[in-house]
Design a protein around this ligand. Structure first.
Ligand code: FHN
Length: 431
């Protein structure tokens, strides 16, 4: 037992190391990382044939639906209500600057035209159209960046052989080389055929920790095809070589309340955190735990203060429409960001650590203190702030605020202001 465990650990570290090909990001890639960090707010979309069962994207697995029965969902997937323009306008209205959409989830169904498998939306459904191409074109037209989510895990393909034991870095059953080639073929299609794709968002590595995923080859293929593409992998570990951003799931960086990020040390790459608008990724008709507008704003601000983008997920309905509960809430989020976007877009976080009262974002000489929880006292303290502050005022109406700078940080006095309960932003100007 112990021997097997030690062997497994050795294999894991070997395959981790294998990804370390001393990747040097291109200048375009470094610029893309900055643009990515500037965007701050993105729309995550989980949409597939699972949406028809209205019970989340894990429904096949959770309900033990045999693959051959599940795949019949494709026969009647016909999202006549899908309209790329509506989705992109929805994202823009909410103040989002990019979209990350599932091109293929763990069920293995490809939501795009692919020659690598007939199990795709164009060849296997009565819809016969490629929504991802329409979305890519619309995003490009509207200046919204597009990233593709891509599942490494596949519950159905015989070459993946879900459930197979792993020996020497490969599943005993299946055909691992064939599966790796399949992924490379699909990724090549996604990067070369779809206009303006800016990122690939991998997920599912955690299902097979002991396998050789060939990330060294996969990542370098992506960067050869387009050096500016940002590669991220939701492996819940510290970043590995060849990646361009690091993501956190249902947790702010360092939070680890879900247990996904226990081994995930915060690296030096741009950060992103994703969260659901209710409790589901894929459409779930019974899930009414909708987050409020204020909760979403707080998530966005808290992420920005920790130097991370916020990728907010929705699961559109099987007809291609977005449910009104989501459009309503996000329109209100959009109203907030229209007024307060200056304190979010293009900023960076972690100038000082998160405080009991909130977080700080900054851009150049402008520093924004976001008060998310009313402090006990009539002041806030920004510990360790070294920048020489020359002015402080309430962002919404410009009311000047008294402040005092000491070697340990900056006090800002609040006795003259009625705090906005959602987020009272104080703008500090440094010399
Ligand atoms: O299993 C998936 C899940 O369905 C969803 O796609 C999320 C998104 O971050 N990621 C996985 C779990 O880590």
């Amino acid at each position: 037992m112990l021997k097997n465990f030690v062997l497994l650990c050795l294999l894991c570290s070997f395959f981790q190391l294998k990804a370390q090909t001393t990747y040097k990001p291109s200048t375009d890639n470094l610029t893309a990382r900055q643009t990515f960090q500037d965007m701050k707010f993105g729309l995550f979309i989980h949409w597939g044939i699972y949406s028809e069962l209205a019970d989340g994207e894990w429904v096949m697995h959770n309900k033990n639906i045999p693959y051959d029965s599940y795949r019949r969902l494709a026969d009647f997937f016909n999202p006549q209500g899908f309209n790329a323009k509506e989705w992109v306008q929805f994202a823009k209205r909410a103040g989002m600057k990019y979209i990350t959409i599932t091109s293929r989830h763990h069920d293995g169904f490809s939501m795009f035209a692919t020659k690598a498998s007939p199990y795709n939306i164009v060849d296997a459904t009565p819809y016969h159209k490629d929504p991802l191409m329409e979305l890519a074109q619309e995003c490009q037209k509207e200046g919204i960046e597009l990233h593709f989510y891509y599942s490494l895990l596949d519950w159905g393909r015989p070459d993946y052989a879900f459930g197979s034991p792993i020996v020497n870095g490969v599943p005993v059953k299946g055909d691992w080389d064939s599966y790796v080639k399949f992924m490379k073929d699909q990724l090549t299609e996604l990067i070369t055929k779809y206009p303006g794709v800016k990122g690939i968002w991998f997920d599912g590595q955690w299902e097979r920790r002991a396998v050789n995923w060939h990330f060294d080859e996969i990542y370098s293929l992506i960067h050869q095809l387009n050096p500016a593409i940002l590669v991220g992998n939701n492996h819940h570990l510290a970043p590995i070589d060849g990646e361009d951003f690091q993501m956190f799931e249902k947790d702010l960086p360092g939070g680890n309340t879900t247990g996904f990020s226990g081994e995930s040390k915060i690296g030096k790459l741009p950060l992103e955190t994703c969260e659901t608008i209710n409790n589901s990724w894929g459409f779930n008709i019974n899930d009414h735990s909708f987050k409020s507008t204020n909760e979403i704003i707080h998530y966005l601000v808290n992420a920005a203060g920790r130097d991370a983008n916020f990728l907010l997920n929705i699961g559109p309905m099987p007809n291609g429409k977005i449910q009104p509960e989501f459009t309503d809430t996000l329109a209100l989020v959009g109203n907030w960001i229209q007024k307060n976007g200056e304190s979010i877009y293009g900023t960076r976080g972690n100038l000082i650590p998160a405080q009991d009262w909130g977080v700080v974002t900054n851009k150049g000489k402008n520093i924004y203190a976001h008060i998310l929880t009313s402090p006990q006292q009539d002041f806030i303290f920004l510990p360790g702030l070294k920048e020489k502050i020359v002015k402080a005022n309430s962002f919404s109406d410009g009311t000047a605020l008294k402040f005092k700078q000491v070697p340990e940080g900056v006090f800002v006095y609040l006795n003259s202001v009625k705090l906005n309960p959602v987020d009272h932003i104080i703008k500090l100007i440094a010399n």
